[in-house]
Design a protein around this ligand. Structure first.
Ligand SMILES: Nc1nc2c(ncn2[C@@H]2O[C@H](COP(=O)(O)OP(=O)(O)OP(=O)(O)O)[C@@H](O)[C@H]2O)c(=O)[nH]1
Length: 418
């Protein structure tokens, strides 16, 4: 079920705009035109179904932000919208521990709201580590991050920070104080950069307003950004969002470059990178298989190219789930490859026979038509010549499998395995 977002606003026009943004962010809007209506809706719902609330500061039955107090008391992360904003109101809103406020002054702010909503959703799977021995400053950072749904981790020493990085793989961003009890922030940054580049984990260094040299040293030593203390909460959150988005965009580009467009499986290039990394770890044994769909041309010719694409995607899903613990890839056309470090020939034969049989049992259904597919597989464990030589050998066996009637696995003679 899509998470819900509660809108409390008595202005029909802004409710409609906000609701359409919520739908665009793949979330479900729930509308209330007053505080009383919101209280009624909320008392009949499960609080955990709601991602957040978007609350107008001034409502007929809640003229000075009482609806904000209600959503916060209901543990709903709250974004405030308002038509006016004097410094006193702004400070009052921010003091209430809301996520952010939106001044309804132009269309661009709705764009910002849209970004904020999708971030709140995505942040639930993003880890941020705060390494700061000063309790108040650390807790302030953690509290701001939690308000934005991030998974937070805290450390008071550099070593604890490094341990947390080893333990929690979801950490995308680290906030590093300049002075730590066991090392300097710069020294910690150096250690982090030995493990992860600027494109893998973003680091924001905390410096002092009075010491501009520190921020420059952070950046020169590989930090993505810095924040001069004391900082405002809006600046803090803007920088966090910017840096997390940078890491996410790099991830997206990498995924696009490494995966096959049609099936999402790793592509040939990425396969070779992963296989090379796996062989460097000197596996005890290795097997490699080439899988080719039988008579696939006839699927295209009989049911059309779209059906061919659908079949490739379905078979790719089975390849991906069956060989998730190994290194599967689409090699192009109707051919897949799987490299299995630390799997010997008898175990691999068992795996690929089971895969072949399972696939042959599947009834593919496309636009009212049903049909079956089989695959031929060439499998080798003769690893002395490296991955390229394994590919040539597997290709020979694949040719034999096709020539001997298809729907079979041809492999090295079991006793001759090196
Ligand atoms: N729909 C679709 N078809 C593809 C794609 N890539 C390759 N093909 C088709 O896959 C077919 C491969 O045909 P062939 O090489 O003759 O082999 P086959 O029909 O599978 O026969 P055997 O391999 O001998 O069992 C061709 O018709 C290609 O057009 C793709 O991405 N989508």
């Amino acid at each position: 079920m899509r998470p819900k977002v509660l809108i409390i606003d008595d202005n029909e026009q802004s409710v409609d705009v906000i609701a359409s943004l919520i739908l665009k962010a793949q979330l479900t809007p729930v509308k209330a035109t007053s505080l009383t209506a919101a209280q009624h809706i909320f008392s009949h719902s499960a609080p955990e179904d709601f991602l957040c609330a978007i609350v107008d500061y001034r409502l007929p039955d809640a003229p000075i932000g009482q609806a904000i107090d209600f959503t916060l008391a209901s543990f709903l992360p709250t974004i405030v919208t308002t038509e006016f904003l004097d410094p006193e109101t702004r400070a009052g809103i921010l003091n209430k521990n809301v996520i952010d406020y939106i001044l309804k002054e132009n269309e661009q702010v709705y764009e910002y709201l849209s970004v904020l909503l999708s971030r709140l959703h995505k942040n639930k799977s993003e880890g941020v580590l705060v390494v700061d021995s000063a309790r108040v400053s650390r807790q302030r950072s953690i509290s701001l991050l939690q308000r934005h749904n991030f998974i937070t981790h805290e450390a008071t020493t550099g070593q604890q920070g490094l341990d947390a990085l080893t333990r929690y793989s979801l950490i995308k961003l680290v906030i590093v104080a300049n002075k730590l009890p066991d090392m300097s922030g710069i020294a910690l940054l150096n250690e982090i950069r030995k493990r992860a580049s600027k494109d893998d984990i973003a680091v924001i260094g905390l410096s002092d307003h009075s010491d501009t040299g520190v921020s420059a040293r952070f950046i020169k030593s590989g930090a993505n950004d810095y924040l001069a203390q004391p900082y405002g909460q809006e600046e803090f959150l803007c920088r966090i969002m910017q840096n997390i988005e940078y890491i996410e965009n790099i991830e997206l580009i990498r995924r696009a470059a490494n995966s096959d467009f049609l099936t999402g499986l790793p592509n040939r290039r990425h396969f070779f990178e992963r296989a090379a990394a796996a062989t460097q770890l000197v596996p005890k044994c290795q097997t490699l298989a080439l899988i080719d769909i039988d008579l696939f041309k006839s699927v295209n010719d009989t049911y059309g190219h779209d059906c061919g694409d659908y079949t490739l995607r379905e078979i790719a899903k089975l390849v991906s789930s069956t060989f998730a613990a190994h290194i599967p890839a689409r090699f192009g056309g109707e051919e897949f490859c799987v490299f299995l470090p630390n799997v010997d020939l008898p175990s691999a034969i068992h795996l690929f026979e089971a895969f072949r049989e399972e696939l042959a049992q599947i009834t593919f259904k496309f636009e009212g038509k049903t049909f079956h597919c089989t695959v031929s597989i060439g499998l080798t464990a003769i690893a002395t010549g490296g991955v390229n030589s394994m590919l040539r050998k597997a290709d020979e066996y694949l040719y034999q499998a096709k020539a001997s009637g298809r729907n079979q696995v041809v492999h090295d003679p079991v006793k001759e395995v090196v």
